[in-house]
Design a protein around this ligand. Sequence first.
Ligand SMILES: Nc1nc2[nH]c(SCCc3ccc(S(N)(=O)=O)cc3)nc2c(=O)[nH]1
Length: 262
Amino acid sequence: MGVLNVTPDSFSDGGRHTDCAVAVAHALSMVEEGAAIIDVGGESTRPGATPVSEQEELDRVIPVIEALRARTDAVISIDTMKPAVMRAACAAGAELINDVMALRMPGALDAAVATGAAICLMHMQGDPQTMQAAPHYDDVVQEVSDFLAERMACCVRNGIAAERIVLDPGIGFGKSLEHNLTLLANLDRLAVHGRPLLVGVSRKSMFGALLGRSVDQRLPGSLAAAAFAVSQGAVIVRAHDVAATVDAVRTAHALKMRRAAT
Ligand SMILES: Nc1nc2[nH]c(SCCc3ccc(S(N)(=O)=O)cc3)nc2c(=O)[nH]1
């Protein structure tokens, strides 16, 4: 899953048309590098990020999804918490809703049901403004697992077939370094839900804390974590550096395939 941030701070001149063309070109290069999914996001959900209005988010992502849909068969996912953005993005060609709030916003569940899209349910403790203040768990793996099970049961109760659902522990979303490492080390315990697992570790602060690396020096750590996650059962890896990550996860997968059935 290649990351496509369509937020002004991630582009040069902040002009709409330029942004769209630049975004589409970047997405196509990630597809060339081996990305099967392009994750389009118009609102940053990093810690402390400023919320974006519904209209602004729509203005950012819809033109990009429309243009991208016309140029590639790759799966387009929409990284949003907002029901209206989910509906419009799927109408424009997105086939996966990647909701860091796991459809808890008012109207999000109905929107997801209506679109018929696949859904990634991700765990977050708190919200982007508060989540890193003082994350606390008694048993992070169990609590994340129980949350994902509950959100999935809610989706199934509302008519979303389990086969449409992907689960994600939400690395960095209300977690300390210890919490992130424990979740990655025990990813296999989330496999009990019988659904594909998605992890996003790319360039996250856990590599700053663990390795003392600045954000532009976190590729080796990100690749190691991505490969380890695949060895533990992750099926989708969300990444900025697609070519390198594709090689890392393909290697991990080849090795995993040669382990005795366990
Ligand atoms: N399904 C899914 N979608 C995602 N979208 C994002 S955006 C990353 C936001 C962010 C940046 C940095 C940190 S930190 N404090 O750990 O460095 C946390 C969150 N991530 C994910 C992820 O993982 N899954």
